[in-house]
Design a protein around this ligand. Structure first.
Ligand code: ZN
Length: 163
């Protein structure tokens, strides 16, 4: 299914910065997946937290980096001192220090549109294999995971193990 670049709040204003960022960080990385960490899925608790944070940030955008622990995406790194607004949230992600357990990114769309924008795609390439977009109204089905090329990634939701 073709996902065409879509309007994403703030995308136009920060596009140039992302283009620059992609050139610096992705040179020589052919398919964007090579040598990168694979995970089994995302913890349901984290996904719930992401949806909650997106809801709290609405109508502004929420963004964070995703970390894996033991092969499961189960933590997010918030950008210190970020007051989330539509232009600064993802920009500040570029200032985060390199962390080897970071496997991707997450950001919210305050509109009901799960398609990535050009700026989103450039960011995906810089942040890792798993890039989640959460869209308004932030329900259980209102999210999607993309690889650095913008292809949909099937990311299983892993519920906590029973007692
Ligand atoms: Zn976006």
């Amino acid at each position: 299914m073709p996902f065409l670049p879509a309007g994403c709040p703030g995308a136009a204003t920060i596009k140039i910065k992302y283009l620059k960022c992609v050139v610096e960080k992705n040179s020589g990385d052919d398919d964007g997946m090579a040598g990168k960490k694979r995970v089994r899925g995302i913890a349901k608790e984290l996904l719930d937290l992401i949806r909650e944070a997106s809801r709290s940030s609405h109508p502004h955008e929420f963004a964070a980096l995703l970390r894996e622990v033991d092969g499961v995406i189960s933590e997010m790194l918030l950008v210190p001192g970020t007051t989330s607004n539509d232009t600064s949230a993802r920009m500040l992600l570029d200032m985060m220090p390199l962390d080897l357990s970071v496997v991707g990114s997450v950001h919210s769309h305050p509109v009901h549109d799960l398609r990535y924008s050009d700026a989103d795609l450039h960011m995906f390439g810089a942040k890792g294999v798993y890039n989640i977009i959460v869209a308004y109204p932030y329900g259980e089905a209102d999210w999607i995971c993309y690889d650095p090329r913008g292809r949909r990634v099937d990311l299983p939701v892993i519920a906590p193990e029973g007692p």
